[in-house]
Design a protein around this ligand. Structure first.
Ligand code: 9D3
Length: 230
Protein backbone atom coordinates (compact mmCIF):
# COMPACT_ATOMS: atom_id res chain seq x y z
CA UNK A 1 0.00 0.00 0.00
CA UNK A 2 1.27 3.42 -0.94
CA UNK A 3 0.92 6.29 1.51
CA UNK A 4 0.03 9.49 -0.31
CA UNK A 5 1.47 12.67 1.19
CA UNK A 6 0.39 16.00 -0.26
CA UNK A 7 2.01 19.21 0.96
CA UNK A 8 0.39 22.60 0.44
CA UNK A 9 3.09 25.26 0.53
CA UNK A 10 4.30 28.55 -0.93
CA UNK A 11 7.72 26.90 -1.36
CA UNK A 12 7.18 23.61 -3.22
CA UNK A 13 10.87 23.63 -4.27
CA UNK A 14 11.80 22.73 -0.67
CA UNK A 15 10.36 19.23 -1.34
CA UNK A 16 11.53 16.47 -1.35
CA UNK A 17 14.77 18.24 -0.28
CA UNK A 18 16.57 16.09 2.32
CA UNK A 19 13.98 13.33 1.85
CA UNK A 20 15.60 12.48 -1.51
CA UNK A 21 18.54 10.88 0.32
CA UNK A 22 19.00 7.65 2.25
CA UNK A 23 16.03 5.81 3.81
CA UNK A 24 13.20 8.19 2.81
CA UNK A 25 14.71 8.53 -0.68
CA UNK A 26 14.65 4.76 -1.13
CA UNK A 27 11.07 4.55 0.21
CA UNK A 28 9.96 7.16 -2.34
CA UNK A 29 11.83 5.35 -5.15
CA UNK A 30 10.28 2.03 -4.17
CA UNK A 31 6.79 3.55 -4.19
CA UNK A 32 6.07 3.05 -0.46
CA UNK A 33 5.14 6.72 -0.42
CA UNK A 34 4.05 9.20 -3.08
CA UNK A 35 5.04 12.72 -2.11
CA UNK A 36 3.53 15.71 -3.95
CA UNK A 37 4.18 19.37 -3.14
CA UNK A 38 1.48 21.79 -4.31
CA UNK A 39 2.17 25.49 -4.83
CA UNK A 40 -0.46 27.34 -2.79
CA UNK A 41 -0.16 30.25 -5.22
CA UNK A 42 -1.89 28.11 -7.87
CA UNK A 43 -5.09 28.78 -5.88
CA UNK A 44 -4.22 32.46 -5.26
CA UNK A 45 -6.82 35.17 -5.77
CA UNK A 46 -7.03 37.58 -8.69
CA UNK A 47 -4.51 38.65 -11.26
CA UNK A 48 -1.73 38.63 -8.65
CA UNK A 49 -2.67 35.22 -7.25
CA UNK A 50 -2.77 36.74 -3.76
CA UNK A 51 -2.54 34.27 -0.89
CA UNK A 52 -2.06 36.64 2.06
CA UNK A 53 -3.39 39.92 3.43
CA UNK A 54 -3.07 42.34 6.37
CA UNK A 55 -4.42 41.17 9.73
CA UNK A 56 -7.82 42.62 10.74
CA UNK A 57 -7.30 44.75 13.86
CA UNK A 58 -3.75 45.59 12.84
CA UNK A 59 -0.41 44.13 13.82
CA UNK A 60 2.83 43.11 12.22
CA UNK A 61 3.16 40.97 9.13
CA UNK A 62 0.74 39.19 6.85
CA UNK A 63 -1.73 36.36 7.36
CA UNK A 64 -2.58 33.60 4.88
CA UNK A 65 -6.15 33.96 3.59
CA UNK A 66 -8.53 31.05 3.99
CA UNK A 67 -9.87 30.75 0.40
CA UNK A 68 -6.69 29.51 -1.35
CA UNK A 69 -6.09 26.96 1.42
CA UNK A 70 -9.71 25.77 1.24
CA UNK A 71 -9.45 25.36 -2.54
CA UNK A 72 -6.11 23.54 -2.28
CA UNK A 73 -7.52 21.14 0.35
CA UNK A 74 -10.63 20.49 -1.77
CA UNK A 75 -8.39 19.45 -4.65
CA UNK A 76 -5.60 17.61 -2.85
CA UNK A 77 -7.39 15.85 0.03
CA UNK A 78 -9.30 12.64 -0.60
CA UNK A 79 -12.27 11.40 1.44
CA UNK A 80 -10.10 9.56 3.99
CA UNK A 81 -7.20 12.02 4.15
CA UNK A 82 -5.83 13.16 7.50
CA UNK A 83 -5.57 16.93 7.14
CA UNK A 84 -2.81 18.46 9.23
CA UNK A 85 -1.96 22.11 9.83
CA UNK A 86 1.64 22.58 10.91
CA UNK A 87 1.44 25.20 13.62
CA UNK A 88 3.75 26.31 16.46
CA UNK A 89 0.74 26.15 18.82
CA UNK A 90 -0.25 22.60 17.86
CA UNK A 91 0.21 19.30 19.66
CA UNK A 92 3.90 18.39 19.74
CA UNK A 93 4.72 15.46 17.46
CA UNK A 94 5.98 12.31 19.17
CA UNK A 95 6.79 8.76 18.08
CA UNK A 96 3.34 7.46 19.06
CA UNK A 97 1.60 9.97 16.83
CA UNK A 98 4.06 9.30 14.00
CA UNK A 99 3.14 5.60 14.28
CA UNK A 100 -0.55 6.43 14.03
CA UNK A 101 -0.03 8.71 11.02
CA UNK A 102 1.97 5.97 9.27
CA UNK A 103 -1.25 3.90 9.10
CA UNK A 104 -3.19 6.57 7.17
CA UNK A 105 -4.00 6.32 3.46
CA UNK A 106 -3.27 9.97 2.81
CA UNK A 107 -1.75 12.87 4.75
CA UNK A 108 -2.31 16.44 3.60
CA UNK A 109 0.03 18.92 5.25
CA UNK A 110 -0.66 22.66 5.24
CA UNK A 111 2.46 24.80 5.76
CA UNK A 112 2.02 28.31 7.17
CA UNK A 113 4.30 31.24 6.34
CA UNK A 114 4.44 34.86 7.51
CA UNK A 115 2.44 35.33 10.74
CA UNK A 116 0.41 32.17 10.20
CA UNK A 117 -3.01 31.35 8.78
CA UNK A 118 -6.44 32.93 9.16
CA UNK A 119 -8.04 31.33 12.23
CA UNK A 120 -10.82 29.82 10.11
CA UNK A 121 -8.30 27.44 8.47
CA UNK A 122 -8.22 25.51 11.76
CA UNK A 123 -11.76 24.24 11.20
CA UNK A 124 -10.67 22.80 7.81
CA UNK A 125 -8.10 20.38 9.30
CA UNK A 126 -8.18 17.32 11.56
CA UNK A 127 -5.24 18.34 13.72
CA UNK A 128 -2.63 21.02 14.36
CA UNK A 129 0.92 19.78 14.91
CA UNK A 130 4.13 21.39 16.13
CA UNK A 131 7.59 19.78 16.14
CA UNK A 132 8.70 21.55 19.33
CA UNK A 133 8.77 24.77 21.29
CA UNK A 134 10.96 27.05 19.19
CA UNK A 135 9.99 29.49 16.44
CA UNK A 136 10.77 28.65 12.82
CA UNK A 137 10.06 30.69 9.68
CA UNK A 138 7.35 28.45 8.31
CA UNK A 139 5.80 25.00 8.31
CA UNK A 140 7.98 23.43 5.60
CA UNK A 141 10.84 22.21 7.80
CA UNK A 142 8.34 20.80 10.31
CA UNK A 143 6.54 19.06 7.41
CA UNK A 144 9.85 17.49 6.28
CA UNK A 145 10.52 16.32 9.84
CA UNK A 146 7.04 14.82 10.14
CA UNK A 147 7.31 13.07 6.77
CA UNK A 148 10.73 11.61 7.64
CA UNK A 149 9.43 10.28 10.98
CA UNK A 150 6.40 8.71 9.24
CA UNK A 151 8.20 7.25 6.22
CA UNK A 152 10.69 5.18 8.24
CA UNK A 153 7.72 3.50 9.95
CA UNK A 154 6.21 2.24 6.68
CA UNK A 155 6.57 -1.53 6.24
CA UNK A 156 9.68 -2.14 4.12
CA UNK A 157 11.27 1.29 4.63
CA UNK A 158 14.00 -0.01 6.94
CA UNK A 159 15.32 -3.53 7.37
CA UNK A 160 13.21 -5.92 9.45
CA UNK A 161 15.99 -6.27 12.05
CA UNK A 162 16.34 -2.51 12.44
CA UNK A 163 12.56 -2.11 12.62
CA UNK A 164 12.21 -4.78 15.32
CA UNK A 165 15.05 -3.31 17.34
CA UNK A 166 13.57 0.19 17.01
CA UNK A 167 10.15 -0.83 18.32
CA UNK A 168 11.68 -3.07 21.02
CA UNK A 169 13.78 -0.22 22.39
CA UNK A 170 11.14 2.51 21.92
CA UNK A 171 10.84 4.77 24.94
CA UNK A 172 14.45 4.62 26.11
CA UNK A 173 17.62 6.21 24.81
CA UNK A 174 20.08 4.25 22.72
CA UNK A 175 22.85 2.20 24.30
CA UNK A 176 26.41 3.40 23.51
CA UNK A 177 27.62 2.19 20.10
CA UNK A 178 31.22 1.52 19.13
CA UNK A 179 33.06 0.52 16.00
CA UNK A 180 36.75 0.17 15.19
CA UNK A 181 39.34 1.03 16.42
CA UNK A 182 39.24 -0.85 19.74
CA UNK A 183 41.10 2.03 21.34
CA UNK A 184 40.91 5.69 20.30
CA UNK A 185 42.63 8.61 22.01
CA UNK A 186 43.01 6.59 25.18
CA UNK A 187 39.33 5.58 25.24
CA UNK A 188 38.85 1.81 24.97
CA UNK A 189 35.75 0.00 23.74
CA UNK A 190 34.07 -1.70 26.75
CA UNK A 191 35.56 -5.22 26.88
CA UNK A 192 32.13 -6.92 27.10
CA UNK A 193 31.48 -5.87 23.46
CA UNK A 194 34.63 -7.72 22.36
CA UNK A 195 33.87 -10.78 24.51
CA UNK A 196 31.59 -12.60 22.06
CA UNK A 197 29.07 -13.35 24.87
CA UNK A 198 25.81 -12.32 23.20
CA UNK A 199 23.77 -12.65 26.40
CA UNK A 200 26.15 -10.43 28.34
CA UNK A 201 26.27 -7.90 25.49
CA UNK A 202 22.45 -7.71 25.46
CA UNK A 203 22.31 -7.27 29.25
CA UNK A 204 25.02 -4.57 29.22
CA UNK A 205 23.17 -2.69 26.47
CA UNK A 206 19.84 -2.83 28.36
CA UNK A 207 21.51 -1.54 31.53
CA UNK A 208 23.36 1.23 29.70
CA UNK A 209 20.22 2.35 27.86
CA UNK A 210 18.20 2.50 31.09
CA UNK A 211 20.98 4.28 32.97
CA UNK A 212 21.38 6.90 30.24
CA UNK A 213 17.62 7.42 30.11
CA UNK A 214 17.37 7.81 33.91
CA UNK A 215 20.17 10.37 33.84
CA UNK A 216 19.35 12.39 30.70
CA UNK A 217 15.62 11.85 29.98
CA UNK A 218 13.80 10.62 33.09
CA UNK A 219 10.60 12.04 31.55
CA UNK A 220 10.69 9.20 28.98
CA UNK A 221 10.60 6.53 31.71
CA UNK A 222 7.71 8.28 33.45
CA UNK A 223 5.69 8.30 30.20
CA UNK A 224 6.41 4.68 29.36
CA UNK A 225 3.92 1.84 29.53
CA UNK A 226 4.72 -0.40 32.49
CA UNK A 227 6.60 -3.56 31.45
CA UNK A 228 4.29 -6.47 30.64
CA UNK A 229 4.61 -9.82 32.46
CA UNK A 230 6.14 -12.56 30.33
C1 9D3 B 1 3.08 35.96 16.30
C2 9D3 B 1 3.16 34.63 16.87
N1 9D3 B 1 3.96 33.66 16.10
C3 9D3 B 1 3.73 32.35 16.77
C4 9D3 B 1 4.82 32.00 17.71
C5 9D3 B 1 3.53 33.61 14.71
C6 9D3 B 1 4.17 32.57 13.91
C7 9D3 B 1 5.55 32.41 13.92
C8 9D3 B 1 6.16 31.43 13.10
C9 9D3 B 1 3.41 31.75 13.10
C10 9D3 B 1 4.02 30.78 12.31
C11 9D3 B 1 5.39 30.64 12.31
C12 9D3 B 1 6.04 29.63 11.47
N2 9D3 B 1 6.15 28.35 12.16
C13 9D3 B 1 5.45 27.30 11.75
O1 9D3 B 1 4.69 27.41 10.82
C14 9D3 B 1 5.56 26.04 12.46
C15 9D3 B 1 6.36 25.63 13.58
C16 9D3 B 1 7.33 26.31 14.35
O2 9D3 B 1 7.65 27.50 14.18
N3 9D3 B 1 7.93 25.63 15.39
C17 9D3 B 1 7.64 24.32 15.66
N4 9D3 B 1 6.75 23.65 14.98
C18 9D3 B 1 6.12 24.30 13.94
S1 9D3 B 1 4.96 23.64 12.97
C19 9D3 B 1 4.75 25.00 12.06
Amino acid sequence: MTLRIDVITLFPDLFPGPLAASIPGRAIQRGLVRLTAHDLRAWGLGRHRAVDDYPYGGGAGMVLRPEPIAAALAEAAGERAVRILLDPGGRVLDQGLARRLATAEQLVLVCPRYEGVDHRVRSMVDMELSIGDYVLSGGELPALVLIDAVIRLLPGAIGEAASLEESFTAGVLEYPQYTRPAEFGGAAVPPVLLSGHHGEVARWRREQALERTRRDRPDLLADRDPPTDP
